[in-house]
Write a protein that binds this ligand. Structure first.
Ligand code: NAD
Ligand code: ZN
Length: 363
């Protein structure tokens, strides 16, 4: 087992990562409080892991809230449903909310915890690769609005993160790859040697080799914990974690939530960001080409955005991105593999070229 600490003063917390961790109640017990427990999950994950997770809370009163599966249900209806259940059951401030699932369940449950009775404790039990390397760590919680992705939310840290790598065995391959997009993101923004290591070991990683995945999760949690400790509320360096997301969120919203997986749109968005970085002169053609080829060829990910989103639609959606300021879209772009920066003044013609490049992205 390994533990990564997120250092945030009196709100610091550990991320526990191990195979079979859900059977090790003694390790996590000190972080689980004493009150009543409400486990929020969905109709795919609950049948697989609810009974195991309940054993972590043996002897305590437990309520289950089972949400419908999928990004399309990451909305205020889900939040209302949780509030209704908690209020009907007279759940007080000592209640522990537990998020059992991927990033969707984690983001919804965290937001419910942030706002119910002005904030109650919650624990993340991430069950997807994406959630174990990214969404369960760092305290971004929230839901989508029809007009924009993750538009309603709060920064609210969990009391701990319990990542049992054995649950990844039931995760469909398409979901594993979607999680790997966020993994590759860490290499691109922060750590060129990690990016090269990922490319060199892509065959085993794609097949979910347990030792390699464990190394991947460790490195990603360490990088995310370091960035969040420096900039919890995203006034600086944390924004770099949004590489590919300005384009990606626009694709998710334009396509209808759930058409593409979040990680798939991040993959497309990172290729678009690399392409734009090249067009504005930050990076050479070979480097941009290598980024596309690692995503597309080594990891078999989708890299070309859907052709039916117009330039006007992109711009409109990207202007409501949370990073946009005073009517300007702010992009996370790359100076090199392992080095990212924000650019708020991209030439409109060059942006248009990226948005219409299609098959020629990064070529
Ligand atoms: N809060 C953050 O910092 C942050 C960071 C990145 C992404 N996100 C959000 O996370 C969401 C994406 O998360 P995700 O990729 O985990 O999607 P998800 O939560 O929809 O999970 C993907 C699918 O896998 C299923 N599943 C989960 N665990 C499983 C398991 N062990 N075995 C079999 N099936 C399993 C789920 O039911 C779902 O169908 C997006 O909404 C995104 O905005 C948040
Ligand atoms: Zn993401």
């Amino acid at each position: 087992m390994f533990t990564v600490n997120v250092e945030l003063g009196d709100r610091s917390y550990p991320i526990f990562v191990a195979e079979g961790l859900l059977n090790s109640a003694d390790v996590v017990a000190p972080y689980l409080g004493q009150g009543r427990v409400v486990i929020v999950s969905n109709d795919v994950v609950a049948p697989l892991y609810m009974e195991t997770v309940k054993q972590l809370f043996a002897g305590r009163e437990i309520m289950e809230i089972i949400l419908p599966d999928g990004e399309a249900h990451k909305n205020l209806d889900a939040i209302s449903h949780i509030y209704d259940s908690l209020l009907a059951g007279k759940y007080d401030r000592n209640t522990l909310l537990v998020a059992l699932g991927g990033g969707v369940v984690g983001d919804i449950t965290g937001f419910a915890a942030a706002t119910y009775l002005r904030g109650i404790n919650f624990v993340q039990i991430p069950t997807t690769l994406l959630a174990q390397v990214d969404s369960s760590v760092g305290g971004k919680t929230g839901v989508n609005h029809p007009l924009g992705k993750n538009m309603i939310g709060a920064f609210y840290q969990p009391s701990c993160v319990v990542a049992d790598t054995s649950v990844l065995k039931t995760l469909p391959q398409r979901e594993v790859k979607a999680g790997l997009a966020e993994v590759i993101k860490y290499g691109l923004i922060y750590d060129a040697s990690f990016f090269n290591w990922l490319a060199d070991n892509s065959d085993g990683i794609v097949l979910s080799d347990p030792a390699l995945l464990s190394q991947v999760i460790r490195t990603c949690c360490e990088i995310k914990a370091e960035i969040v400790a420096k900039d919890e509320k995203e006034s600086g360096i944390r924004a770099l974690l949004n590489l590919g997301h300005t384009f990606g969120h626009a694709i998710e919203t334009a396509s209808g939530y759930g058409t593409w997986l979040h990680g798939e749109t991040v993959s497309m968005g990172m290729v678009m960001a690399a392409d734009l970085s090249r067009r504005i002169g930050w990076m050479d053609r070979d480097t941009a080409g290598r980024i596309r080829s690692v995503l597309e060829e080594n990891f078999g990910m989708p890299v070309l955005p859907p052709a039916d989103i117009s330039v006007e639609q992109y711009i409109d959606l990207m202007l409501s991105d949370k990073k946009a300021e005073l009517g300007k879209i702010r992009f996370v772009l790359l100076k090199a593999i392992g080095e990212a920066a924000i650019e708020g003044d991209v030439d409109k013609m060059l942006l248009k070229e990226t948005l219409t490049a299609g098959e020629n992205l990064c070529r």
